[in-house]
Design a protein around this ligand. Structure first.
Ligand code: NAD
Length: 254
C-alpha cells in the first residue's frame, strides 16, 4: 500500500467506476528512460526545434536529418521496457468493468505491459511507411539511400507517426472522443496538454460528468471534486492509487 495521502473521494470514485478512460502522454514513459518533448533540459525539444524535425515540411526539407532523428528515437524505444505506471494501467484493465486506454505515445510500452486495444492517436514509431503513398515497409537496406526507399514506388520511407500539422487517424480520434464522453472516470497522465485535440479530451469527460484526475509534474496537488490534480511520478502514484482502490487485490505489479 501507499504512503500517499490520496483523496478518499478520488479512491472511491475509481473503485466505483464502470468505464475508466486513461489518456497518456510522454511523461508516463519518462521513467522508462524515454525523453519527453517539453521537459526542459531532458526533453528532446531542448536540443531541436519541433518544426525542424516533426513536420512533413521538415521531412521534405531535410529527409536525412529527420530520418536519423527518428532512427535514434526508435533505438531508445526498442531498448525501453514498461515501468510501474504502464503495469498499473494493465492491472487496472482487469479490475474495472471497462477501460479505454488512449495514448499520444508512439512507443508501444502499454502494449508491452499487457494493455489491450490501445488507441494510438499519434501512430507508432515502430511502424514505417513511404512518404508519398503510405506503403508499409517492414525492412529496408540501411546501407543505401538515407532515408531508404519504398520498394514499391521509390518514395522515401518515413516513420509511422503523426507529425505536427497532419490529421490524426479518424477512427482512433472518434473512439477517443466517444469514450471520453461516456466514461465516469478519466485519467490524464504525463501529458502537458499542449497538443490538440488530445488536450481537449479531459474537458469532454468533465462536461459529461466524469471524475477527472491529472497526474504530472507540472501541477499543484489540488482536491476539488470532480477534478483532481496530483503532482508526482506516474510510476509511483498510479500503482498507489490502484492499490488504494483495491486493497485486497494484492500487490499491483511494478
Ligand atoms: P510533453 O512532453 O509535452 O509533456 C510531458 C508531461 O509529462 C509534462 O507535463 C511533465 O510534467 C510530465 N511528466 C514528466 N515525467 C513524468 C513522470 N515521471 N510522471 C508523470 N508525469 C511526468 O508530452 P505530451 O503531452 O505527450 O506531448 C508531446 C507529444 O510528444 C505527444 O504527441 C507524443 O506523441 C510525443 N512523444 C512521445 C514519446 C513516447 O512515445 N514515449 C516521447 C516523446 C514525445
Amino acid at each position: 500500500m501507499s504512503d500517499f495521502n490520496l483523496p478518499t473521494e478520488l479512491v472511491s470514485a475509481l473503485r466505483l467506476a464502470r468505464h475508466v478512460v486513461a489518456l497518456t502522454g510522454a511523461g508516463i514513459s519518462a521513467e522508462s528512460g524515454l525523453p519527453t518533448f517539453r521537459d526542459a533540459m531532458t526533453g528532446l525539444w531542448a536540443q531541436y526545434r519541433p518544426e525542424e524535425l516533426a513536420t512533413p515540411e521538415a521531412f521534405q526539407r531535410n529527409p536525412k536529418l529527420v530520418w536519423e532523428w527518428y532512427a535514434w528515437r526508435r533505438q531508445l524505444v526498442e531498448a525501453a521496457a514498461p515501468n510501474p505506471a504502464h503495469h498499473a494501467l494493465a492491472a487496472l484493465e482487469r479490475l474495472v468493468p471497462r477501460l479505454t486506454l488512449i495514448t499520444q505515445n508512439v512507443d508501444s510500452l502499454h502494449q508491452l505491459a499487457g494493455s489491450s486495444a490501445v488507441i494510438e492517436l499519434h501512430g507508432n514509431i515502430r511502424r514505417t511507411r513511404c512518404f508519398a503513398n503510405g506503403h508499409p515497409a517492414e525492412t529496408w537496406d540501411e546501407s543505401k539511400a538515407v532515408p531508404p526507399r519504398c520498394t514499391i514506388c521509390g518514395s522515401p520511407l518515413r516513420p509511422g507517426v503523426v507529425w505536427f500539422g497532419e490529421r490524426l487517424p479518424e477512427e482512433a480520434l472518434n473512439n477517443a472522443i466517444e469514450a471520453s464522453a461516456t466514461c465516469d472516470f478519466f485519467f490524464s497522465i504525463g501529458t502537458s496538454g499542449m497538443v490538440e485535440p488530445a488536450a481537449s479530451l479531459p474537458q469532454v469527460a468533465l462536461k459529461f460528468g466524469a471524475t477527472v484526475i491529472f497526474i504530472n509534474l507540472d501541477v499543484e496537488d489540488k482536491t476539488t471534486p470532480p477534478l483532481f490534480r496530483l503532482n508526482g511520478k506516474a510510476g509511483t502514484l498510479l500503482p498507489a492509487l490502484v492499490a488504494a482502490a483495491w486493497p485486497d487485490d494484492g500487490e499491483v505489479e511494478g
